[in-house]
Design a protein around this ligand. Structure first.
Ligand SMILES: Nc1ncnc2c1ncn2[C@@H]1O[C@H](COP(=O)(O)OP(=O)(O)OP(=O)(O)O)[C@@H](O)[C@H]1O
Ligand SMILES: [Mg+2]
Length: 390
């Protein structure tokens, strides 16, 4: 019996669509690999939760490894200062790099690696001390200097030992503090001044607030490349369903695909969830086909899972945020105006800025221009309307 190939909440086996975005990453990699120089400014992908930021970054990482890069992955979080994490991730990446030759050449590499790893540990601490001191006006120069030499040393080391260069991947960048963003942007700016010395590319992902946060953190933050990720097109949604099953010798009926594409509205997490619940409902043998009947049998399981996610988001909201969400849900599906939410809460529209910002920060709602917002998770509005205490 083939095993379930769908991956709700995990990196997909097949990354559907995203050809344009992958070309962006490949463009940076090609520049580093071909000219041994900096791949360009920070490339940031931004999107609400569940749209596929991490999946795209992981695919970029795989591509980089195939092209001979050493890659360092940092999952930024509010719990951990980001800059030391970058230092540690680079240390680990160099350590793991299997570009290390055996014999004498290998031991000299090891020696350099160890020296660098030791240095990495200490600058990490220094960087943090600097950042912690909060000199809001001037960016912490020492921290920038340390990160700069760390990235320079690490990327040239990779290159000297026959690698294409270093790829630094920063997921959840919106959780970095303004100071940390400022150090990062200033560092990349300085490295750009000596681009030919720095065979490095930096690719990041974050919630839709990230471009604004970066632009606030450094005046030239807007020189970064911001690319928003959208839901998958119908064709790509179908490919996301067909590909993984095909690899297990299992097909899909057209009606089943059409039903999931409609139900998921192209939201990648839902595509994986519905693919998975359909698969479990059918328990298909190799050579068989997944049908509309199996989709329908799987739906209640998917809805339960989605309801659990809705409950978790609701539970993580403060009382004020919950009132905001309730007013927003009551105003209807789709894009909701600030005025409608304020009216629903019975307050002035200026009074809703704080819960609005916090909910955007948490990825529960997203701005869609002209002051309009919408829910990021399908069905969340209906869930909120169904609550007794909302
Ligand atoms: N291009 C894609 N093709 C197929 N499945 C995808 C694609 N992108 C994402 N997915 C699936 O969608 C779900 C969410 O993906 P991912 O975790 O990458 O999103 P995210 O934007 O990083 O979310 P979060 O903000 O919560 O971290 C996962 O189950 C993943 O398997
Ligand atoms: Mg993610």
């Amino acid at each position: 019996m083939p095993s379930n190939p769908y991956t709700p909440g995990q990196v997909p086996r097949i990354l559907a669509g995203r050809a344009v975005e992958m070309r962006r990453i490949e463009g940076l990699l090609a520049r580093v690999a071909t000219y041994g120089e900096l791949g360009g400014p920070l490339l940031l992908f931004h999107a609400p939760r569940g749209i596929g930021k991490t999946s795209l970054l992981r695919a970029g990482q795989r591509r980089a490894v195939e092209s001979g890069f050493v890659t360092a992955w940092v999952a930024c979080s509010r719990q951990q200062p980001v800059l030391p994490e970058i230092a540690h991730a680079i240390g680990r990446a160099l350590d793991r790099a299997d570009a290390v030759p055996s014999g004498a050449a290998g031991s000299s590499w090891r020696g350099q690696l160890e020296r660098l790893t030791v240095e990495v540990g200490i600058p990490g601490a220094k960087v943090q001390a600097q950042v912690g001191r909060k000199e809001a006006t001037a960016p912490p120069q020492a921290a920038i200097g340390i990160l700069e030499s760390l990235l320079h040393d690490a990327s040239s080391l990779v290159r000297q030992h026959g690698g294409a260069g270093l790829l630094l991947l920063l997921d959840e960048l919106h959780t970095a503090s303004a100071d940390e963003m400022s150090v990062l942007l200033n560092t990349l700016q300085n490295l750009d001044g000596e681009r030919t010395e720095n065979p490095l590319a930096t690719v990041a992902a974050g919630l839709p607030v990230t471009p604004e946060a970066l632009t606030r953190a450094a005046t030239f933050g807007e020189r970064s490349t911001f690319v928003s990720l959208d839901v998958l097109s119908d064709d790509d949604a179908r490919a996301a369903l067909v590909g993984p099953a095909e690899a297990e010798g299992v097909g899909w009926s057209d009606a089943a695909l059409t039903a999931i594409v409609a139900e998921s509205r192209g939201y990648p997490y839902l595509i994986q969830l519905l693919g998975s619940t359909t698969w479990d409902a059918a328990a298909p043998a190799s050579g068989s086909r997944l049908t509309l009947a199996a989709v329908k049998r799987g739906l209640p399981v998917a809805r339960d899972q989605l309801a659990a996610m809705h409950r978790a988001r609701w539970g993580a909201a403060t009382r004020l945020e919950q009132r905001f969400l309730a007013a927003m849900a009551a105003a209807g599906e789709g894009n909701v105006t600030r005025a409608a939410i304020a009216a629903g809460m019975g307050v002035d529209s200026r009074a809703i800025s704080v819960p609005r910002e916090r909910l955007i920060d948490k990825g529960v709602i997203e701005p869609v221009g002209h002051g309009l917002v919408r829910f990021t998770l399908p069905g969340f509005g209906a869930f909120v309307r169904g609550l007794d205490d909302a």
